[in-house]
Design a protein around this ligand. Structure first.
Ligand code: GDP
Length: 561
């Protein structure tokens, strides 16, 4: 049994300092000794911490980063097996990503998730931490119902943008399924961070009570009396208030000398998969110079447009500092922004503790069927099994009855299946119930729900979806479905490169059945292919080393490190 991951495991030593449970030993003596040395080193380090802070003129970020690095070194130092990740996984502030200024009880998942999830494979940069703290203070100054917010609303009513407003906004509105929504919230947040805007979220009834507030002392929820809200249900390709339409109809100009006074106070950004040439000019430098003068941007999107932000020359340097490891954007920002509410976290932890905690390895299998790439049930089931066998993720079954011996009953694997349908997990369960495995391993199959149909308009349906995305993110290994944003979110939060079940071809399983992802980042399915500086169409997956073609979507691009 993997003691690190079991909630019933009581460590013999558990020292907690400033909210960081820093050292936790295992049963064995050598680990206890290692733990004591670590504690001594840690106290010595903490004693010198005030001095370090003074040297850094009171700036917290570098010392936080040092503390994090030091802590990771301690963890590495004790690295001789399975005790390693426990201290790391108990890093409640996720390497400084999270502000410590929240009330714990109102959102248990925020600081508790680290004791369930694997530690991040990559620490956030100290620059990212500093920018997040700066963003939080901007959000606090400009958030709903502040003086500055009220001033911006008055400006919005005049329908003209003015220069030098202290607070400018991106208003995110939901479109498509939960995975798509989470991808676009992260994209919108990164855009807000890069352009010094404040992100506000239109929380529709189906999104109520899904996520906790991510920024301390303020709210990211767009107030319900926001004057443009009545138009939100009517935003689509070609809406007159969209940037693309305004450019096309020459209502506004993207010439460098366009003046702020001639610009409306708000513009709608249509960044959905069906967006057209004029909407896509959003990604051009000149257009950004225009948009930066518009006080309110309303965004509706279902695409993960982060890779294109990396291709915008004006953001290149800052993005390099924010994300020295390029494939960690969703991983860090997703872990920073998304904290399931207590009711959803209850579902996650109850399920995890009941079915997954005791297994030595947790494998998440995310099954998503798209009608545009049909395949028979048996065809897809065989594809899944051949992926597992080919990649040695699960053992094969044998028709010979074997008596279990204590020698070969050593490993147990739990497979968490998430799917709208139950039939795949049922068949897999029968397979491992009716036959022994060739290795003697014990394989358990679990599936929390099978909703049969997508019902994004229903809050309880979305809550279950979020619980399952989170359960996937607690796994050690992932197998996901091509094209699925649901799977992308699970893998990025987990910090794992999944095996992707490739799309069927001509209703048949492809060969190979699955591919290992190059990075944990989501795929941007429909990137713009217009190079604004060169004024010509190009392949965005061919321009720079860190933006490559996706494994699962022809024409899509993703960040790799
Ligand atoms: P995508 O369509 O696969 O890219 O993912 P989305 O999350 O954007 O949309 C699919 C939606 O269908 C989800 O948000 C859920 O509402 C539902 N859904 C799909 N697969 C599952 C699943 O495995 N479990 C649950 N509970 N819901 C699912």
């Amino acid at each position: 049994m993997d003691l690190k991951r079991s909630r019933s495991y009581q460590p013999s030593v558990d020292i907690e300092m400033e909210g960081f449970p820093l050292v936790e030993t295992k049963k064995k003596d050598r680990h206890l000794r290692a733990g004591r040395i670590q504690v001594a080193l840690l106290f010595a380090f903490l004693l010198t911490l005030p001095l370090l802070c003074i040297l850094y003129r009171g700036s917290l970020s570098p010392s936080q980063a040092w503390l994090q690095e030091f802590r990771l070194r301690l963890i590495k130092g004790s690295e001789d097996g399975s005790s390693v990740t426990l201290a790391a996984s108990k890093d409640r502030l996720l390497g400084g990503l999270l502000s410590p200024d929240f009330d714990t009880q109102s959102c248990l998942s925020r600081y508790d998730v680290s004791s369930y999830r694997k530690a991040s494979p990559s620490s956030p940069s100290s620059y990212l931490l500093a920018r997040l703290r700066r963003y939080e203070s901007l959000h606090k100054r400009c958030g709903p119902n502040t003086l500055l917010y009220n001033q911006s609303i008055e400006q919005l009513k005049t329908n003209h943008s003015v220069a030098n407003m202290e607070c400018n906004y991106v208003v995110w509105t939901p479109f498509n399924g939960l995975g798509n929504r989470m991808l676009t919230i992260v994209s919108a947040f990164l855009y807000a961070l890069l352009t010094n805007r404040v992100l506000l979220i239109h929380v529709t009834d189906d999104l109520v009570d899904l996520f906790c507030e991510p920024f301390p002392g303020t709210s990211w929820v767009l107030p319900s009396d926001f004057i443009l809200m009545k138009d939100f249900s009517n935003l689509h390709l070609g809406s007159p208030q969209s940037y693309g339409s305004m450019l096309k109809n020459k209502v506004i100009s993207n010439h460098v000398n366009a003046t702020t006074g001639s610009l409306p106070a708000s513009v709608y950004l249509h960044l959905e998969h069906d967006y057209q040439h004029f909407d896509r000019l959003f990604f051009c430098e000149n257009d950004q110079l225009v948009l930066e003068k518009v006080n309110w941007l309303v965004l509706q999107s279902d695409i993960y447009f982060v890779p294109s932000l990396f291709l915008m020359p004006q953001h290149k340097d800052e993005l390099e500092q924010l994300f020295p490891a390029k494939d960690t954007v969703f991983h860090h920002l997703g872990r920073y922004l998304f904290h399931p509410t207590n009711s959803i976290w209850g579902m996650v932890t109850r399920y995890y503790n009941s079915y997954l905690a005791e297994a030595e390895e947790r494998i998440g299998l995310q099954i998503r069927i798209f009608s545009r790439t049909p395949i028979s049930f048996d065809g897809f089931f065989d594809q899944i099994v051949s992926c597992f066998l080919k990649e040695n993720l699960l053992p094969n079954i044998t028709l010979q009855e074997q008596l279990p011996s204590s020698a070969n009953m050593v490993r147990s694997k739990a497979v968490l299946v998430t799917s709208l349908y139950s039939k795949y997990s049922e068949k897999m369960k029968s397979m491992y119930y009716e036959h022994p495995t060739t290795t003697g391993e014990v394989i358990s199959i679990y599936q929390p729900t099978h909703e049969e149909e997508q019902h994004t308009e229903q809050q309880s349906h979305n809550q279950k979806a979020l619980a399952e995305i989170y359960l996937l993110s607690l796994c050690d290994v992932l197998v996901t479905s091509a094209w699925s944003t649901f799977g992308y979110v699970g893998q990025s939060l987990a910090g794992l490169k999944p095996w992707i079940l490739l799309s069927p071809q001509h209703e048949k399983a492809p060969s190979p059945p699955c591919l290992r992802a190059m990075s944990m980042e989501p795929c941007f399915h429909t990137p713009p292919n217009f190079d604004c500086r060169a004024n010509k169409y190009v392949d965005m997956g061919d321009l720079v080393r860190h933006v490559r073609h996706c494994e699962d979507v022809y024409g899509g691009v993703k960040l790799v490190d």
